[in-house]
Design a protein around this ligand. Sequence first.
Ligand code: SF4
Length: 413
Amino acid sequence: MNKLLATDLDGTLLKNDKTVSEYTINKVHEMINEGHYFVVSTGRPYFRITKILKALDIISDKIYCICNNGGLIISTDGSNVLYEESMPYNHAVELIDLAIKYDVNMLVYQRDYIITDHLDEHVTVLNGEPRLKIIDGGKEALKKFQNIVKVVYNGTHEKLLEFKSKVPSEILNKYNFVFSGLDFLEVNNKTIDKGVAVNRLAEILNIDKECVYAVGDEENDIAMIKAVKNGCCVSNANPKLKSIAKFITLSNEEDGVASLIDKLILKPKIMVSACLLGDNCKYNGGNNLKRDLVNDLKEYNIIKICPEVFGGLSTPRIPAEIVNGNVINKENIDVTNNYNLGASIALDIAKKHNIKVAILKQRSPSCGVGKIYDGTFSNTIIDGFGITAKLFKDNDIKLYTEDNYQELLKKKS
Ligand code: SF4
C-alpha cells in the first residue's frame, strides 16, 4: 500500500547547518520510487523552500509540499495549487494592532513576499532574502498589504512568552498561535494547521488514513503529529511532541527522517535466489520457480541473486557438488574459485542493501541451507551449506529456504 510521509524542515529534515545529507536524499528517492508520497510540510512560504526542494531533487508536478503551516498545498514545481487560504483582512489588522500595543517585532507573509517595518538583528535566517520588503511608516503601514497568509512575531523567547501571556484569551482562541522556533511565534487562521493540510492532501491523493505518517520537532508540528495516524518526531524534538509521538526517530543531525523512512515507510528488503523467482539461471538452463513464494513476498523489496552466474559460470553449465569443502563439477573440474567469487559478490550486494534475511534455494552447492548433495552426483543429501549460504550465515544474515520461508512471514505478522 502506498504511504504518505509529511516532514517538517527546520530541526527535522534539515541538519543544523540547513543542509540535507546525501543519505537522506537517497532514502527520499527510494520511497518515491516505491510509489510512496514524500511531502515537505513547513511553516515557510513556498519561495523559501525551492532551494531545498531542488537539493532534494524532487521538483515535479506530481510531488507536493505544504507551506505556510498548512495554508498552501502546492506541487513542488509550483505549477499546481491544490489548496490555498489567506487570512481575512480584519484578522491581519487585529494581529498588527497587537504588535503595536505590546511593541513586538513582526513579519507579515504574503504568498510571494515577507514584509516588515523593522528587521530584528537576530533574525539572521532572512539575511539576503530577496523577497523581504522592509517598509517605512512603522507597523501601522503593514495594514496596507492585502492577502496576508500568516503573521510571525519575533524576538527573544522570553519576550514572546511575555507577549503571549498578555494576548486576550478571545484572540488566543481565535487563531493558532504556535512557536516554530524559540524566537518565532507564528499565527495562522484557526482553520489552518499542518495536520488539517496533511489529511487534506492524503484525501486528495486517495491514501488510506492508516498509511499517513508525519514527523516534526517543534510546537507548530503538534497539530500534524496529533492529526495523522502515525505521528512521529525526531529525538531532538520539543518535549511536548515527544510525549504524543508514537515513534521517536534519531535526531536531525543523525538523519532521523532517513532512518524513519527505512523503518516505517520502505518495504523490508529480502534477498532471494533468482532461480526461485523464475530466472532461467539453473545449471540446466531452467529455473526453480515457486509461484507461492513470489506471491507471498509482494510486501517485500526483493533483491535477487544468482551467485553461480556472478562467479562467471555460463548457463547452462556442468552440475557441481561440494567435495571436502571444494566445489567439483561432474567432469571433475575444480570450480571453487567461481563459487567463492560469486559468494563474495552476493555478499557485497547484501551489505550494500543492508540485507538481514535471505531465502535461498535448498541443496544447491551455492545456495543450499543446512542440506546439500554429498559430492557423488547420486542424489544423496547430507547436512551442509552451499558456499554463498555459508558466507551469509557467517555474516549474520538469517537464512530461510523455499521449504520454510513461511516461518519468516509468520514472524512478520
Ligand atoms: Fe539458483 Fe542459487 Fe543455483 Fe543460482 S546459484 S541457480 S540462484 S540455486
